[in-house]
Ligand binder design. Structure first.
Ligand code: IMP
Length: 429
């Protein structure tokens, strides 16, 4: 059955989306990224070799899937070419199946410089950005001064736009470091050179997606980051600068919001976060270390250790609600194997009402309230049939469903593709 399916992380990113793409890949014809840039990080194992992509959709390693970078993605051409080269080495030529929207905005070197300089100069208010120019590139997009892919093919206006940008950025950069000025001629030459290299990949994503729908093809919308990093709905200001929620698909692809057939949300069986920002269930004790070590919780983009904590059902059920989640894929349940007790946060103690907390995502002063479940000794690792799960792990999953109001349709029980329990296949039989 053909479907338009959205796949997004329900927490702060790194939920294991790549593996779920793998599970669905045989029934997917096309995949679209619609937001973010090379701040994302998905680790893929292709023929036993590890590759990390930041910008290309995870689906790129499946030769049957056509991949799109939609208008909502901010694109660093340096990053894109480097990933196309990696793809060439490990997967083969992807020219015929990668299309970059003409309307996508570009990350220029000055965006990266200012992102890093600004973050470095902050004292108490660091966001913990990946330093890849994502925020400044989106600021320009909203400020109506972005250089879009289409501008690369009009050298006259490109020069004018770059000059206008440098007027602002060289001024800002000088404030932090007077030795890092950008030169207009070098920048223009670089853009024009990259324009030639990009030509075979440039296309019209709206019409491509429309044609695929007419042909009844299944399309996957691959979210990057996670719902709690959405700049409108997440833990503002400790968020990324795009709509990493379901709502980002319509403007980020060019598709009506009513067209998505199935919204699949990915959540770990616990919680992690990279970078700064509130994290009510964070564990700074030996259980946090146990989870971090057992779950290999290190950021794929920056190599920073991920902060770890218990599953927060208050935030998870909010993500389920805001993203119209039809089914949850619960990942890394095997990481909890062997713990004596497993906790889930079900409420907060706070001077604010729960409604106020969720409206503003002011999580700084909340104290989590937990329910405590029996842990399990029997391994869940590698189990592929729900009935083979030990009772206590099954109770944990059932509790997550009850607290979040959505069924857990897939359970990932280990790092290998085959380590999964599929209770309901989101793409039908
Ligand atoms: P930026 O997206 O680089 O501006 O970073 C903003 C915040 O989002 C920081 O806390 C980053 O660590 C976080 N972030 C950005 N991309 C990802 C991701 O793919 N996974 C997890 N966290 C991310």
């Amino acid at each position: 059955m053909s479907k338009l399916i959205s796949l997004l992380g329900l927490q702060w990113g790194d939920e294991g989306k790549g593996k779920v793409v793998d599970l669905l890949s045989k029934d997917i014809h096309a995949a679209v990224r619609y937001q973010g840039g090379h701040n994302a990080g998905h680790t893929l194992i292709v023929d036993g070799k590890k590759i990390v992509f930041h910008l290309l959709p995870s689906s790129i390693c499946h030769k049957n899937i056509k991949c799109f970078l939609g208008r909502g993605v901010v694109i660093s051409l340096d990053a894109l070419f480097s990933e196309i080269n990696d793809a060439y080495k490990f997967i083969g030529d992807i020219e015929a199946r990668l299309i970059v929207s003409k309307a996508a905005c570009l990350i220029q070197p000055y965006h990266i410089k200012i992102d890093q300089l600004r973050e470095r100069s902050r004292s108490g208010t660091k966001i913990g950005t990946t330093g890849r120019g994502i925020g400044p590139a989106y600021e320009d997009r909203v400020g109506r001064r972005s250089i879009r892919v289409v501008d690369l093919y009009n050298p006259k206006t490109l020069k004018v736009k770059l000059e206008e940008a440098l007027e602002i950025y060289n001024f800002l950069i000088k404030r932090y470091d007077k030795n890092q000025q950008e030169d207009i001629n070098e920048l223009l030459d670089k853009n024009l050179e990259q324009a030639e290299k990009l030509k075979p990949f440039v296309g019209n994503v709206i019409s491509e997606v429309k044609n695929l729908q007419k042909k009844n093809k299944s399309i996957l919308f691959e979210g990057a980051q996670g719902a709690l990093l959405d700049y409108s709905l997440g833990t503002y200001p400790f968020v990324t600068s795009s709509n990493s929620s379901l709502g980002g698909i319509a403007p980020g692809v060019g598709l009506s919001a009513t067209k998505i057939d199935y919204s699949l949300g990915i959540s770990k069986a616990y919680a992690t976060r990279v970078g700064e920002g509130p994290f009510p269930t964070e564990l700074k004790d030996e259980i946090g270390t146990y989870i971090a070590e057992k779950g290999f919780e290190v950021g794929a983009t920056t190599g920073r250790p991920r902060r770890c904590g218990w599953l927060d059902a208050v935030l998870l059920s909010q993500s389920v609600y805001l993203n119209g989640i039809n089914g949850i894929c619960l990942t890394k349940i095997d990481v909890l194997d062997g713990l004596e007790k497993v906790k889930i946060c079900v409420d907060y103690t706070s001077p604010l009402s729960k409604e106020d907390i969720l409206e503003t995502m002011s999580l700084d002063d909340v104290k989590p309230e937990y329910i405590e479940l029996e842990g399990w000794d029997q391994l869940t690792e590698g189990i592929t049939n729900f009935n083979d799960l030990n009772k206590k792990a099954a109770v944990f999953i059932q509790t997550v469903e009850e607290l979040c109001g959505a069924p857990v349709v897939i359970i990932s029980t280990g790092p290998r593709r085959e380590d999964a329990i599929i209770r309901e296949y989101p793409l039908g039989k």
